[in-house]
Design a protein around this ligand. Structure first.
Ligand code: PEP
Ligand code: MG
Length: 552
């Protein structure tokens, strides 16, 4: 058995035969032409045909992978039609009297080299896009047909790297997974793979020496390992894991697309909690009606320096784009306590869970907050983003936040930058916020109850301390009473209230939350469908008749 570690693009387990995908590179010869105008015309016709192909690919990807997955082909078309790109090719044909193929290949190589040498990760990733466009143009110029990759049996694709169009052209019914030697997690191919839900690993560094073809492989997308000729123990373990996954898939198939409506007609929103774009794909796959908690601090935790406004903007915009019409609730930086981050250089605190964390960092270091708000307000022009503030305890905090938001919005607008009017809500995760939720409800658009922190503060039991597990019980009556009270106060003020703490994802409590009138549960993506099943089977009014509030 051989095992290779790679970067996981998409989770899941695939077992099957390995198919190494070689790319047939056609030779491009430089030839002298006497008819430069004729060559330019050939190039223009090829560019038109390539644009048609990209439109068809866009439509295919839109059907299979949604808007975010399809966006790359729109970008390719824009790059293809870009004035500088066209001009550079036509100039080369004209001034050097060369054939169209040569001018396309040279321009593509130069641009790809330029992108590849850039500092910015995102820009470096664009090198593959330029190569993809040149390859497409060359294929048309050389009279080639765009081939869909088809296989006689389901296979694990192993390749040096895959361009976005190669990925989307794969015959999905026959592709179990893919593994690449190179490739970055930021590439559009990776985004596409995630959205399409194909288990995938990139950057495995394995050598494509021709001994892999036809061998049995296992892609453990969750664990990040690619096994070649697995031993019996590994095979058994992976089969077991795959079986569990298939049971979940089964549930998926029957429940996808159903409304979350109880037998007696009560609706509840089932949203997903996510920490990054990868989780977002899982949210879509599990039919989330929205994102109830996007933990934005993970963008800060994964690095040593601050994410810039631009970097944040791009992430928030793609999150909104991926979810389309669905609400995406992005929680502002919730740093501190267990989530320490190098770039903030925070003072060491005696009791960080009750220290300068979350909204307190934002209000005491407003430059950090303003950067995030600018990114959020700009991104909200592209989708249904809502902003949520963590660790609120007082009315003045919200008023201050709203003042800052207004000021940021005005400054953006003064510079002619588009920004939206996102809903603004708060987390109810401190006892103070729960107790004054009647007053807080008048200030905001929604509540989301953070039972993880609410439990630790109500019970005075550190959620990080494993020795306190028995004492830090989220099913404590005090927590349930608080939830009931918060929901009631929200409804009185005409706003909605959800739960995004872990308790909301406990299927044993779904009926109780329905009976309390909770409007939304935001849970880990894998929990959505099991909870939907309970919702569909519940008659809330009957349940209420015999409801033993075991916390009373
Ligand atoms: C919570 O406190 O319940 C919550 C959802 O936030 P976090 O777990 O990120 O603190
Ligand atoms: Mg919290």
């Amino acid at each position: 058995m051989r095992a290779y570690r790679g970067k996981s693009v998409f989770g899941g387990i695939a077992i099957g035969k390995i198919q190494v995908l070689g790319r047939v590179e056609k030779q491009v010869k430089r030839t002298r032409t006497e008819d430069a105008e004729g060559e330019i015309l050939r190039y223009r016709q090829a560019a038109e045909a390539a644009a048609d192909q990209l439109t068809a690919l866009y439509e295919k990807a839109l059907r299979e992978a949604g808007e975010e997955g399809a966006a790359i082909f729109e970008i390719h078309r824009m790059m293809l039609e870009d004035g500088d790109y066209r001009e550079s090719i036509e100039n080369m044909i004209h001034t050097r009297q060369v054939n169209a193929e040569y001018a396309v290949a040279q321009t593509g190589d130069n641009l790809a080299r330029m992108f590849a040498s850039m500092e910015d990760d995102y820009m470096r990733g664009r090198a593959a896009d330029v190569e993809d466009i040149s390859r497409r143009l060359l294929c048309v110029l050389q009279g080639g047909q765009e081939q869909g990759q088809s296989f006689s049996e389901p296979v694990i694709i192993v390749a040096d790297d895959l361009t976005p169009s190669e990925t989307v052209r794969l015959d999905r019914d026959r592709v179990l997974a893919f593994v690449t030697v190179h490739g970055s997690l930021h590439s559009h191919t990776a985004i596409l793979a995630r959205t399409m839900g194909i288990p995938a690993l990139v950057g495995t560094g394995l050598s494509l020496d021709g001994t892999l073809d036809g061998k049995t492989g296992i892609v453990d997308g969750t664990g990040g390992t690619f096994y070649v000729e697995p031993d019996e123990e590994t095979m058994g373990r992976m089969r077991q894991a795959r079986q569990e996954e298939q049971q979940q898939q089964e549930l998926l198939r029957t429940l996808r697309g159903r409304e979350n409506t109880t037998l007696d007609g009560q609706n509840i929103l089932l949203y997903a909690n996510v920490g990054n774009m990868r989780d977002l794909a899982a949210a879509l796959q599990n039919d989330a009606a929205g994102i109830g908690l996007f933990r934005s601090e993970f963008l800060y935790l994964e690095r040593e320096d601050f994410p810039t406004e631009e970097e944040q903007f791009r992430i928030y915009r793609s999150a909104a784009g991926a979810m389309g019409e669905k609400r995406v609730i992005i929680r502002t930086l919730d740093i501190g306590a267990d989530k320490q981050c190098g770039c903030l250089q925070m003072e060491k605190e005696e009791n960080p869970a009750m220290g300068c964390r979350a909204i307190r960092v934002c209000l005491t270091r407003p430059e950090i907050f303003r950067t995030q708000l600018r990114a959020l307000l700009r991104a909200s022009a592209y989708g249904k983003i809502a902003i949520m503030y963590p660790m609120i305890t007082s009315v003045w905090e919200i008023r201050k936040i709203k003042e800052i938001v207004e000021e940021v919005r005005m400054r953006l607008r003064a510079r002619g930058i588009a920004c939206g009017e996102p809903e603004q809500g708060i987390m109810i995760e401190t006892p103070a916020a729960a107790i004054i939720s009647d007053r807080l409800a008048k200030e905001v658009d929604f509540f989301s109850i953070g039972t993880n922190d609410l439990t630790q503060f109500l019970l005075a039991a550190d959620r990080q301390n494993a020795a306190l597990d028995a004492f830090c019980d989220p099913r404590h009556p005090a927590v349930f009473r608080m939830i009931e009270q918060v929901v009631e106060n929200a409804h009185r003020a005409g706003i909605w209230a959800g739960i995004c703490g872990e308790l909301g994802g406990d299927p044993e409590l779904t009926r109780d939350f329905l009976a309390m009138g909770v409007d939304e549960l935001s849970v880990s993506p894998g929990r959505i469908l099991p909870i939907r099943k309970i919702v569909l089977e519940t008659d809330v009014s009957r349940y209420r008749e015999t409801w033993q509030k075991n916390w009373e």
